[in-house]
Design a protein around this ligand. Sequence first.
Ligand SMILES: Nc1ncnc2c1ncn2[C@@H]1O[C@H](COP(=O)(O)OP(=O)(O)OP(=O)(O)O)[C@@H](O)[C@H]1O
Length: 683
Amino acid sequence: MVNRSETDEKVYLQEVVARLKYALEAIDGRISSARQEILEAKKYLWANSAQIDPAERAANKVEISLSIGHGEQAVVKRGRLRKLLQTPYFGRVDFQSDHHSEALTCYIGVHSFAEEDSQENVIYDWRSPIASMFYDFNTGRANYSSPSGEVAGEITLKRQYSIKNSKMEYMIESSLNINDDVLQKELSRTSDEKMKNIVATIQKEQNVIIRNESARELIIQGVAGSGKTSVALHRVAYLLYRYKETLTSQNILILSPNKVFSDYISNVLPELGEEKIMELSFDELAAAELAGICGFQTFYQQVAELAGSVDDSAIERIRYKADMDFVQGLESYILHISEAYFVPADISVGQVRIPAEEVLSAYQSARSLPVRQRLEKTASILSGRTRDENGRSLPSATANTIKTAVKKMFKSLNMLTLYKDFYEHTGRPELFKLKKAKLLEFCDVFPLVYLKLRMEGTKGFDAVKHLLVDEMQDYTAIQYRVLALLFQCKKTILGDSSQSVNPYSSSSISEIKQVFPGAGTVELLKSYRSTLEIIHFAQGINHNTRIVPVERHGEPPVIIGADTPEEELSHINRLIARFRESGHHSLGVVCKTHEQAQSLYEAVKSAHKDMVLLDFSSDRFHEGIMITSAHMAKGLEFDQVIIPFCDAVNYRTELDRSMLYIACTRAMHVLALTFCGEASGWL
Ligand SMILES: Nc1ncnc2c1ncn2[C@@H]1O[C@H](COP(=O)(O)OP(=O)(O)OP(=O)(O)O)[C@@H](O)[C@H]1O
């Protein structure tokens, strides 16, 4: 067996590093000669522009763009080689296939690396079929799916390495329970500024999700800190590798809750050597669809409103519009108005006469189309089949007049009017209330978008071949119906029903499955982010018997009471000062609402000039001390978390409980809560 001992491994590592350096030099050379070629070709074109005939000019241009293409590929390859040079590989499996005499030693890294001359595979990409065994098996019998079928055999050796700056920090044998050891080391590190890749320690149950190729829709319910977001991003990287001929980063869209979250996760794919993917929020989507129709309250504004005091009728409006019955009611209404609101009439333009029955029959023959297109089609059928008094086709002016006449036969194409009529139609007019003229409540936004898409048809997102939806619990059935209309591609949908910021309209797997009945579902129960002490504490707020914490210990969370607001403030200042001495990188001061975060920020900012206030207009995740609301902090994590104002008045409702749970589960290593007066019952 090759490289048995640690000394052998260190020598081998240096050999691989040397080979990588050699490859890097070669590619550097190639890039500069491509640059030179392009320059010369351009110079030639420029200097001889008068003499060159068009054919030669075209050929030259093709050559230049080919050189540019090659150059760009080489630059990408160079980036990957540079990354490999830092950490060439993190794992190894030695595999003896049942059908080959020779055993294979397979070193696994973030990318593959094959030597150009010998074509020897020095490093296997973590996404390659053979590398899947590294995540799925320990030593002993194992198998993997190769393009030519299942391959079975024996893993005779499995190792993990920590390599930084081309130097080996440690290596561990699988017989010593490697996964746990390396995972422990990974989890107890302090947070980098942004989310990091987990490629070296992907767990078996996560690997199943990452490599799932069969599900059209895959719904992942995962407890706080179970790696849902990480897994979804690694799944994107896997799909980009697996379908590299047909899928690029431009074909993938992530529906992300806000810009700070987008920034927070923006490192992972580039770290894995892939390009950043496109992002869109539900608010942006609604704004595009409702432009020119009306304005609207955002989801964040609705949540903020609910965190204060709202009347029961507002809650009833939200609840009514949250489930599948509502979607079905709206759909029946759309089918109803598509027929009932069309009142055919005789058309007469000059000598041309079209009776109402003929108009109706044309309208009915176009039943499969959304109303607006159906009206166009009706008009074009009628114009196409009608002849003037001389038996000739109709001139375009007459066809246009017919089109206008047909459109007028539909009672109204004003979407807001049609939407309002829905509530009249169902006998519940009180359930539609504008916040002010032409400003929708959030609960009406996606019903109206849906109505519009069904009446007018959809356009736009054909290039998207995979959609990723994070924080799935926050979206209602109608939002999923909108997604189903707009994106007919594969989808990965993930979230946690315990982390809802709106208890009146949250969705669980079973509700989402009503929209996507064929969806595959998976549950992730192991929680990686927080210490056992923090997880136990959060469990006291929102109990889930099925959560499985990774055994990692730290300080127990502290709850600090104060008699006056001033005293609470000085406790908070002391906790911040302690964070500064701790060697940790990130601290989240997470309040229930943005208003509370803002006023605390004002109170402490002169003492902590580096503190950053994050709100829904922020677009960057920062290093250091951040102060924000629980809603905003969702999806993020911090080394330490302070939760101020945990008194019995501030945290008393179900929604408050959810916010408190979200805030606690953002902490990786240290958690402190403060209150003034009486502590919240949730503690
Ligand atoms: N296999 C793993 N190896 C190392 N770290 C992991 C692994 N899985 C998850 N983690 C870490 O656990 C933390 C939580 O991951 P992530 O944010 O993806 O979880 P989540 O389920 O989306 O969390 P939440 O819903 O609470 O926001 C991250 O620090 C991530 O790096």
